[in-house]
Design a protein around this ligand. Structure first.
Ligand code: PMP
Length: 462
């Protein structure tokens, strides 16, 4: 039965738990509580369910915690594709090509009209850094080193490395890690629920705010603009009407390369292959990671246009002309082998279609919860990436107490449903419950998820 766990793995996990408590430094976690409470260790997954070390079953509405496992757990065909490939040829440095690398690139490019080149790396951060370096090199070779600045947006996230943090719009994540790399400049977020301008056409106004920054910095100093198509971890921020058309216009007007970070939204998450395809955007760079192989292997891609690519072969006799970059494990074949099979599954099971159908169900259920619970101030999302922002007061939009938001997440987990939350920023923006189940979710799964939230909200806020 594809939806049940095997029976033999949970007999004695005490050694594993002890080893974890003694030696593991978990990501994004305060460890003091682990002195008295066991850490969560996930042992097995099937479909969209996971089991922890105590054998407790959960519906996973966060796709592996960080919106990654798009095709769900326990896919034998992906495991087999990886097995067959690594047995034949597991690795060779990326100056050489590989069979699955070439075949996956061809399939991926077919989904991304206007783009044509794939650069392989391992993580979302790393893929984004590749674009930053390409923009810097284009500035160095083609703009006399002047057009080096890269704009990023408040509330957007592009990774955990120092350069991607330099382009990081979430102050709560950046505090304490400076000084950052120079040449990265922030533009305002576009979240209409928390308006920064009292105007009729908010999308245009928010986009014009980017132009204001460009004019302030000097258009001939700005080489790139890096944006998430829909801000994910920064609060599930869907762009207002008209925003993207204007952003695109501004990039063209000032000859600024547009870098879309699809690490979360890419590979079907929003019901289209790429999040940017919802908005008619024509990017110069697209970074992909999480859903590319659904976490079965580590792989990320920086995808770009032939026009960008051509700028790196202008003078074959100059040792500085080509892209002087390597990523050792970008030469692993497990990633593209898994990605090929992952893409076949997305297509053959029509998971994009399912995502659009389930978006209606999830957004509908969340709207019903909003009618019932005054603590929900706003419901937003696209595809199977949706959020419910919790506020102490609908009039003032004062964010709900973060401890209570965390209590809702914990209560859902106790009920066997894993949901997420975005953190409150240091400047007091949003506390949003997040829902991003694997794209195989059924209507019953969605109902079970929102039912748990209903119970938890009642418990925590009444
Ligand atoms: N960009 C976005 C939009 C992300 O959400 C993330 C990770 N959450 C990253 C980049 C960084 O990816 P990674 O953790 O693989 O480096």
């Amino acid at each position: 039965d594809a939806m049940t766990r095997s029976n033999d793995t949970f007999n004695d996990m005490s050694g594993v738990i002890a080893a974890d408590r003694a030696h593991i430094w978990h990501h994004l976690a305060q460890h003091k509580p682990f002195e008295t409470v066991d850490p969560r260790i996930i042992v097995e997954g099937k479909g969209l369910r996971v089991w922890d070390a105590k054998g407790k079953e959960h519906i996973d509405a966060v796709s592996g915690g960080v919106w990654t496992v798009n095709v769900g757990y326990g896919r034998e065909s992906i495991a087999k594709a990886i097995y067959d490939q690594v047995l034949k040829m597991n690795f060779f440095g990326g100056a050489a090509g590989s069979v699955p690398g070439a075949l996956f690139a061809e399939k991926l490019i077919a989904k991304m009209p206007g783009l044509s080149r794939v650069y392989y790396a391992n993580s979302g951060s790393e893929a984004n850094e590749k674009a930053f370096k390409m923009i810097r090199q284009i500035s160095a070779r083609h703009h006399g080193g002047k057009k080096y600045k890269i704009l990023y947006r408040n509330r957007d996230y592009h990774g955990s490395t120092l350069a991607t943090m330099s382009a990081g719009g979430q102050n709560e994540r950046n505090a304490q890690y400076g000084p950052f790399a120079p040449g990265f400049v922030e533009v305002p977020h576009c979240m209409e629920y928390r308006k920064q301008w009292d105007v009729e056409n908010y999308g245009l106004r928010a986009a014009d705010a980017i132009e204001e920054v460009i004019l302030r910095e000097g258009p001939d100093t700005v080489g790139g603009l890096c944006l998430e198509p829909m801000t994910a971890g920064g609060g599930v921020i869907t762009p207002p009407e008209g925003y993207w058309d204007r952003v695109q216009e501004i990039c063209q007007k000032y000859n600024i390369l547009l870098h879309i970070d699809e690490v979360v939204c890419g590979m079907g998450r929003t019901g289209t292959w790429m999040g940017y395809q919802n908005y008619g955007i024509k990017p110069d760079f697209v970074s992909l990671a999480k859903g590319v192989a659904s976490g079965y292997a580590a792989i990320s891609c920086m995808v770009t246009t032939e026009a960008v690519f051509d700028m790196f072969k202008d003078d074959p006799n100059d040792p500085l002309s080509y892209f002087r970059d390597i990523s050792t494990f970008g030469g692993c074949t497990a990633g593209p082998a898994a990605a090929l099979e992952n893409m076949r599954i997305l297509e053959d099971e029509d998971l994009l279609g399912n995502t659009l159908r389930m978006e209606k169900r999830l957004m509908g259920n969340l709207s019903n919860l909003m009618d019932k619970h005054r603590v929900i101030g706003d419901v937003r999302g696209k595809g199977l990436f949706c959020g419910a922002e919790l506020v102490a007061d609908r009039g003032t939009k004062e964010p709900a107490d973060e401890k209570k938001v965390a209590a809702v997440v914990a209560d859902c987990a106790a009920q066997g449903v894993l949901i997420g939350m975005t953190n409150r920023s240091l400047t007091g923006l949003n506390n949003t419950l997040t829902f991003a189940p694997p794209l195989i979710a059924t209507g019953d799964d969605i109902d079970a998820i929102t039912h748990a939230v209903d119970i938890a909200l009642t418990k925590v806020f009444s």
